[in-house]
Design a binder for this molecule. Structure first.
Ligand code: DGL
Length: 253
């Protein structure tokens, strides 16, 4: 059996990479909706439509579980998806809860896409865990575009991050939550800009832990020949060149 991962683009690879390490005997499908990325600047109706089209395609494969490795898609579609499909679906949400648990009194900055920040799901999460109102939010939508054009380290991307963070009082921050899987590629630049005092966290470990929990409900299902990944983009199997690039990004063969 196979576990599918879905994102609007390459962000979810950061989650898949962690999953492969934790579940080396499983096979995976990675589906990026590159034709319709970015999601974070679209309306929730549009994103929902794109997500359902993608998951309809994924559902044609014999999958055991689906990970929505995208905070934006989770925020607007996870409840409907779970009603609609028979397989287990693991979503992602900004790691506000772990940030609140480690908080010693300063602020928590959630970086996410505009659509995630607008969604009632995030509001509900913050209201339920952050009783002291320590959470502030900022969109960094442009990072999705930078990542999709494979720009991880240029002067432009550094300037964008610096300019965005300059508008904040960094000394008042304690934790930054990367609430978009694409932003994880920029963790070290963000860390450089804000300094080592501020802890930067993401939801990848928690998401893979949730996936492992779901899989444990299936009993023993290890395939000794596992570890294969098939890559798709918006309804087509990726060609060899893109596959090599994606594998390279995850640092695996
Ligand atoms: N990677 C996605 C997330 O975690 C969204 C990126 C997009 O805007 O398409 O939110």
């Amino acid at each position: 059996m196979v576990i599918a991962f879905f994102d609007s683009g390459i962000g979810g690879l950061t989650v898949l990479k962690h999953a492969i390490r934790e579940l080396p005997n499983h096979d995976f499908i990675y589906y990026a909706d590159t034709k319709n990325a970015p999601y974070g600047v679209k309306t929730k109706e549009h994103v929902r439509k794109h997500v359902f089209e993608a998951v309809d395609y994924i559902a044609k494969h014999d999958i055991q579980a689906l990970v929505i490795a995208c905070n934006t898609a989770t925020a607007v579609a996870i409840t409907d998806l779970r009603h609609h499909y028979p397989f287990h679906i693991v979503g992602m949400e900004p790691a506000v809860k772990p940030a609140v648990i480690r908080n010693r009194g300063k602020n928590i900055l959630v970086l996410a896409t505009s659509l995630t920040l607008k969604a009632s799901k995030l509001e509900a999460l913050i209201a339920s865990v952050d009783k002291n109102n320590k959470t502030v939010k900022m969109e960094m939508d442009a990072l999705v575009g930078f990542a999709e054009s494979w720009d991880f380290n240029s002067g432009n991307v550094k300037k964008y991050i610096q300019d965005k963070l300059r508008t904040l009082r960094v000394a008042e921050l304690e934790t930054i939550v990367l609430g978009c899987t694409h932003f994880i590629y920029y963790k070290s630049i963000i860390q450089e800009v804000v300094g080592d005092e501020i802890k930067i966290i993401d939801g990848n470990i928690g998401t893979v832990a949730n996936l492992k929990n779901v899989l444990s409900g299936f009993g023993v299902q290890h395939d000794q020949n596992g570890g294969h990944v098939l890559f798709y983009s918006s309804g087509v199997r990726d060609d060899v060149n893109r596959e090599i690039k994606l594998r390279g990004l995850m640092g695996c063969q």
